[in-house]
Write a protein that binds this ligand. Structure first.
Ligand code: SAM
Length: 331
């Protein structure tokens, strides 16, 4: 039997594609604007043709031609347009998703006509409004309906799928078929041994399951005394202002905080603390594990680029759970 295929837009390092691959899909084509990210993608998905270009500059016809997928029916179109697209628009209403990268995604759905699509985004998308006070996600969903797709969305938490990280993502799934749309059941819960609808779940994975041994972490990942004092001051200042955090220390027994694309700066999203003076960032290998990339996944580029690619990604096991759910309706 031929494998189910997918096309990945805004593909980054390929977290989504890796999850789909692990569920038995084959990514046949991808698009990404950044060279380093594309190289990472190609290293790990040699079966896919990657078109490295700003999506706004390419026609779907050119994409199909460049990637050699002309005439191939696409099973699932996957991808997460970055939400900065709103501010990039610069037209009449910068918050109108019709002016943003979402419209590029919709353009590809309209022309490639995949049986299903999966569009991932940050939870903030659910409360964002355009300048006329209309909810952005409702505008997006109505644009999909206009081109013949029924669509549903759900907020998922990565720890619920065996990822040692609490990362929340909104997933839109759409289909032009008469088949159902459903979201994966959680396999892991905060409390151990919980039965949900008769299904036995496991407990969330603590970050200790992926940490390197202290002796294997190079000195350069440890913060200086000056840096640690800086974090403490920042935390106090933020507390006075009544907002946010200055740094976050990991609890080894619990899933990690979300690793952002800015992790490379100082690692303040999620730090490992041994003593008051021994505090360090996570290594690239550890953040990749937190995102459930396999240990042999290769990342191309500078340290900064690699952290960014990993921080941008959809956790592989969460993507796999979504893929398995859709696969049920395609085989
Ligand atoms: C959220 S990340 C994708 C993460 C990816 N799905 C994964 O799981 O690894 C969004 C990606 O969109 C890319 N991107 C941003 N603007 C783009 C554009 N105009 N054309 C193509 N890709 C773009 C970024 O470089 C980034 O890699």
């Amino acid at each position: 039997m031929t494998k189910l295929n997918c096309v990945d837009l805004f593909a980054g390092a390929g977290g989504l594609s890796e999850g789909f691959k692990q569920a038995g899909f084959n990514t046949i084509a991808a698009n990404e604007i950044e060279n380093d990210f594309s190289k990472t993608f190609k290293l790990n998905h040699p079966e896919a043709k990657v078109f490295t270009e700003d999506i706004r500059n390419i026609s779907v016809k050119d994409f199909q031609k460049q990637c050699g997928i002309n005439g191939i029916e696409v099973d699932v179109l996957i991808g997460g347009p970055p939400c900065q697209g709103f501010s990039m628009a610069g037209r009449r209403d910068p918050k109108d998703p019709r002016n943003s990268l979402f419209m590029e995604y919709i353009r590809f759905v309209k022309e490639l006509k995949p049986k299903y699509f999966v569009m991932e985004n940050v939870p903030g998308i659910l409360t964002m409004k355009n300048s006329k006070g209309k909810l952005v996600h409702e505008i997006i969903e109505s644009e999909f309906r206009k081109i013949g797709y029924q669509v549903k969305h759900k907020k998922l938490l990565s720890a619920d799928y065996g990822v040692p990280q609490k990362r929340r993502r909104v997933v839109f799934i759409g289909t032009r078929t008469k088949k159902p749309i459903s979201f994966p059941k959680q396999t892991h819960t905060e409390k151990p041994e919980l039965k949900i609808n008769g299904f036995q779940t496991q407990s969330w994975l603590g970050v200790e399951t992926i940490l390197l041994d202290k002796t294997d972490v190079p000195e350069s990942y440890f913060h200086s005394k000056k840096m640690i004092n800086g974090f403490k001051k920042r935390k106090e200042m933020n507390k006075k202002k009544g907002n946010g955090f200055g740094w976050q220390i990991l609890d080894p027994k619990k899933p990690s905080y979300t690793i952002s694309a800015r992790y490379w700066k100082d690692g303040s999203d999620a730090l490992v603390k041994y003593t008051e003076t021994q505090i360090r960032m996570l290594t690239e290998k550890e953040v990749a594990r937190i995102q459930t990339f396999p240990d042999d996944y290769q990342f191309y580029g500078s340290k900064r680029s690699v952290y960014t690619q990993i921080g941008n990604a959809v956790p592989v096991l969460m993507a796999k759970a979504i893929a398995e759910e859709i696969k049920k309706y395609l085989v």
